[in-house]
Structures are given as structure tokens and as C-alpha cells.
Ligand binder design. Structure first.
Ligand code: UDP
Length: 315
């Protein structure tokens, strides 16, 4: 079985490449390194079951051989990144979605789309289930990501209805773990980097906003299950850990786990920062028989160890 993974050098994409190779698939990874990092896949280069193509998928994609599954995971995913690369973000989840869906259509392949909890915007319903349509500012700074993902979901469903493509849409909630960039701007790498350097921990707003954090290994299991299961064409699943924490709780936890002398500094809240976010994963539990197993404390310990090793290598 052959799969194509876009965003192969990214945080989630590279872990997916590992998983599919480990499960016996042949993986063609594509990335243009806009926010991905060649180091994330360097260990796979030379593996007979992996091939890498450096390419920008906002251009037409040609792959000569047969493909069984296309996974579209390319996109800047940190708010800092997608606000820095607004047009690229819009293009990869519009033109890139058309090209990858076109590839799936040509190859009669299954199509897995990496959607996001951001399609719920600043949710007015809590926790968020797949039936909720969201509350999104269409012209705010975050809209380049939120609306591109919403547009991509609509495109997936159009290809499913019009061309009978077996699409599955995965709405991924906050995920963390090894291979995130220390400077990618997301809350967990920011706080761990600051705590390890004993710098101020930058809490935006008063820190009462909440998020629910899923460890990468749990997420990858969910994505893999949703990719190989039969009979779930056209379905949408929330994937995330439903344990909800405030950002201030997270800051205190990271200070404690790193034994840091850092203190908390309060900065202004970014535009349209969602106040609460927590997935309802009932559907994934029932239909995929999946739920996360790794607690925030366990996952943070593993992530802190990874960042400690990275920082040591830099000295
Ligand atoms: N945040 C923070 N300090 C930071 C980075 C992020 O307080 O240094 C907050 C951010 O305002 C948001 C939450 O942490 O409320 C999660 O932010 P992240 O950028 O990780 O992703 P989001 O869930 O907003 O997509």
C-alpha cells in the first residue's frame, strides 16, 4: 500500500511518515520546508519504504505510480506562522487542497484532510462536537487559517459528493510533543523554552483561556485508525484530548516540571484568541474505538526531555 503525505517534514506530518512506514506502507513525503524541518525526516532518508519530494503543492502534483491514500497535512499551523505567512496559508489549503484532491481522484485513492479545531473559531458551544458550525471572524488575522480550513472541508465534501472520493475530515485540536520547533510560537514550546532558560513565562491575557492538549503519539494513532478503517466515507471526526486546562495552570505545571526559577509575565491577548476549547470525542470513541491515553503530565515530561536535548545540542 502506498500513501502520499503532504507536510511530511512538519511536526505531525513527520510522525505520520514514521507511523505509516512502521506499519509496512510505502510513503511518499512532500514538503517545501516553509515551516517544516528536514531534520524531522532525516532518519527516513535511505529507507526503502520512503521517498521524499521537495515541492510546493500549490502547484499541480504529478506522481507516476498508483496511490492508495493521500493525506493532506501541509499548512503552517501555529498562529505565529500562519499570521506571518497569510497568503501561503490560504493557498496551501485552497489550491493545495484542489491539487491533492485531484491526485486522489486520478489515483482512485482515499483522502484524509488535516482540519482543525480552529474551524470552530471562538466557540459559543462547549465542548465542541462535530455538529457545531463554529463562530469565526472571516476577516480577522486568524481567518487566513480558519477560513482556508473551512473552505478545504467544503471542497472535500464537494469531491466526495460529486466524484465519490472516499474523504475523511479530521479536526485536530491542540497537539504537542517532540519535533515542534522551540520558536514556533505555540504555547507549549514557548513555555518550555522559557522555563528551561529561566526567562519570564509569557501568559497572554489573564491566562483563564483554556485549551485541551493531546500528545502526538495519541493523535497519530487516531489519524492512522481513521485512515485505514473501512466504511467511514465522508465522515468528520474531532481528534484531541478532552482534558481541559487554563493557560495559567499550564504555565504553573511547566514551571514545576522543569524546576524553573521563571516567573509569570502577563502580556496582551492576541486578536480573536479563543476563550475556551475542548473537543467532544464521543464520535471518535464510538466509530474509531480511539481515545487518548497519555496524560498532560506524562506528555509534558517527554516533551521537556526532547527540548532539553535540543537546547544542549545548540550550546
Ligand atoms: N499563549 C500564551 N503564551 C504564549 C503562547 C500562547 O499565553 O507564549 C496562549 C494563546 O494566547 C492561546 C493559548 O496559549 O490562548 C494557545 O495558543 P497556541 O498558540 O498554542 O495555539 P491556539 O490554541 O491559539 O491555536
Amino acid at each position: 500500500m502506498k500513501v502520499v503525505i503532504t507536510g511530511a517534514a512538519g511536526f505531525i506530518g513527520s510522525h505520520l511518515c514514521d507511523k505509516f512506514v512502521k506499519e509496512g506502507f510505502y510513503v511518499i513525503g512532500i514538503d517545501n520546508f516553509l515551516t517544516g524541518n528536514p531534520e524531522n525526516i532525516s532518519h527516513l532518508i535511505g529507507n526503502d519504504n520512503f521517498r521524499f519530494i521537495k515541492y510546493n503543492i500549490t502547484n499541480y502534483i504529478h506522481i507516476p505510480e498508483d496511490i492508495d491514500i493521500v493525506l493532506h497535512f501541509a499548512c503552517p499551523a501555529s498562529p505565529v506562522d500562519y499570521i506571518n505567512f497569510p497568503i501561503q496559508t490560504l493557498k496551501v489549503d485552497s489550491l493545495g487542497t484542489f491539487h491533492t484532491l485531484g491526485l486522489a481522484k486520478t489515483k482512485k485513492a482515499r483522502y484524509i484532510f488535516a482540519s482543525t479545531s480552529e474551524i470552530y473559531g471562538d466557540p459559543q458551544v462547549h465542548p465542541q462536537s462535530e455538529e457545531y458550525w463554529g463562530y469565526v471572524n472571516p476577516i480577522g488575522k486568524r481567518s487566513v487559517y480558519d477560513e482556508a480550513k473551512r473552505f478545504s472541508e467544503a471542497t472535500c465534501m464537494a469531491y466526495h459528493r460529486e466524484h465519490d472520493i472516499d474523504v475523511r475530515i479530521l479536526r485536530i485540536f491542540n497537539t504537542y510533543g517532540p519535533r515542534m520547533r522551540l520558536n514556533d510560537g505555540r504555547v507549549i514550546p514557548n513555555f518550555i523554552g522559557q522555563a528551561l532558560r529561566h526567562e519570564n513565562i509569557t501568559v497572554y491575557g489573564d491566562g483563564s483561556q483554556t485549551r485541551s492538549f493531546c500528545y502526538i503519539d495519541d493523535l497519530v494513532e487516531g489519524i492512522f485508525t481513521a485512515s485505514i478503517k473501512e466504511g467511514i466515507e465522508g465522515e468528520v471526526f474531532n481528534l484531541g484530548n478532552p482534558e481541559e486546562f487554563s493557560i495559567i495552570e499550564l504555565a504553573r505545571k511547566i514551571i514545576k516540571l522543569t524546576d524553573s526559577q521563571s516567573t509569570i509575565e502577563f502580556l496582551s491577548l492576541p486578536e480573536d484568541d479563543p476563550k475556551r476549547r475542548c473537543p467532544d470525542i464521543t464520535k471518535a470513541k464510538n466509530m474509531l474505538d480511539w481515545k487518548p491515553k497519555i496524560s498532560l503530565d506524562e506528555g509534558l515530561e517527554l516533551t521537556i526531555e526532547y527540548f532539553k536535548r535540543k537546547l544542549k545540542r545548540r550550546v
